[in-house]
Ligand binder design. Structure first.
Ligand code: GLA
Length: 369
């Protein structure tokens, strides 16, 4: 398949009758471990992947933004009169606009929508890159990650954590990124020797995820308050045992997930592939049983992945309730693994599963043509 970047540039030439000034490329991300902890100031370990969203763009002399998507429709807006259109894909493009300069753009994406690979954060970050380029502003990755998160909350009503945009702006070839979601420090960490990352797509998309996501966040807030800590990042299993007796049973389990997941993430950074794989397995169990954000399809694909001898471990990734899982697999065997798991999953469920190895890739950037 032609990459998003090439498709966006080719479509731009065709639609706009000339070359773009440049193309903004923002990778998707897959989180290896550290799930549902970013909004409690925890530690996460995502990788930027070699599937990305691209916007080919050209500065306009007026104050309009005209943006077409190869996957969705074309839309335009006036920078001086931003009107809301709830549910429309380009709300994030409006949400990140600084209002300094207008542009024409064409969007193409290799990141599946709603699959837990951060397609929406990739769109917000790519639009921020375009906005910075056409208005001649320097690129400040951390500022951009914050702005993307703000736009998502204000323009789509989803109160996400900082992990997704921060992973997208910080990607590094061959590395995962250990993010301290309190200090926002990002440390590139090489992937375990002899292992590659494989994304397993269940073909199901999360429904009602936004309300469940909010509910989990609220439970975590309530737990932190009851435990007397600023965020669950500051709690330990000992503290939970000592002070958690008054918590509702579900709230107790949510807190136990966050506390144990933070410990697993920090352990994973030091682990070789086999130990890393066991941590992935434990993370999945905790997300399924304590945090209750997995789904039958996710449980199934994870189970099928683990049956393969070349698999070190696997778990659901992202917000959950559908979408993708991630597996750590012996290098050199990832293609065969992906094919076998996707086939077994489709036969078992009748759903169109897919699986593909991913390379850890560079972060969001503008490329000249
Ligand atoms: C979504 C959010 C992230 C994070 C994950 C769960 O992807 O956007 O901020 O909370 O869910 O780890």
């Amino acid at each position: 398949m032609t990459e998003a970047r090439e498709r966006a540039v080719a479509a731009f030439r065709e639609l706009r009758g000339g070359p773009p000034d440049g193309v903004a490329v923002a990778p998707g991300r897959v989180n290896l471990i550290g799930e549902h902890v970013d909004y409690e100031d925890g530690f996460v370990l995502p990788v930027a992947i070699d599937r990305s969203l691209a916007i080919a763009f050209r500065r306009r002399s007026d104050r309009s933004v005209v943006v077409a998507s190869l996957e969705r429709d074309e839309t335009s807006f006036d920078l001086d009169r931003l009107e809301r259109r709830p549910g429309h894909w380009a709300e994030l493009v409006k949400g990140v606009a600084s209002g300094r300069a207008g542009w024409d753009g064409v969007v193409a994406s290799d990141v599946s929508i709603g699959a837990g690979l951060s397609s929406s954060a990739a769109l917000a970050v790519a639009a921020l890159l375009v906005d910075a380029a056409v208005s001649g502003r320097p690129w400040e990755p951390l500022e951009a990650a914050r702005a993307a998160r703000r736009a998502e909350a204000e323009w789509t009503g989803v109160g996400c954590g900082i992990m997704d945009p921060l992973a997208i702006v910080s990607g590094r070839e061959g590395c995962a990124l250990l993010v301290d979601c309190r200090s926002l420090e990002v440390r590139p960490v090489p992937l375990p020797d002899g292992a590659v990352v494989v994304v397993l797509d269940t073909g199901t998309r999360r429904e009602l995820a936004a309300s469940a996501y909010e509910a989990r966040r609220d439970e975590c807030r309530a737990a932190a308050e009851a435990l007397g800590v600023a965020a669950l990042r500051d709690a330990s299993l000992e503290l939970l045992a000592a002070r958690g007796a008054g918590l509702a049973p579900a709230t107790f389990r949510r807190a136990r997930h966050v506390v144990s997941e933070n410990a697993r993430t920090l352990e994973a950074v030091r682990a070789g592939a086999p130990a890393f794989g066991r941590l992935l397995d434990a993370s999945h169990a905790s997300l399924r049983d304590d945090f209750e954000v997995s789904s039958p399809a996710l449980d199934r694909i994870v189970q099928l992945a683990r049956r393969r001898p070349e698999c070190f471990g696997a778990r659901m990734t992202g917000a959950g309730f559908g979408g993708c899982a991630v597996a750590l697999v012996r290098a050199g065997e990832a293609e065969g693994f992906a094919e076998a798991v996707a086939g077994a999953y489709s036969r078992a469920t009748g759903l169109p599963g897919a699986a593909y190895p991913c390379r850890a890739s560079a972060g969001a950037r503008v490329e000249a043509l």
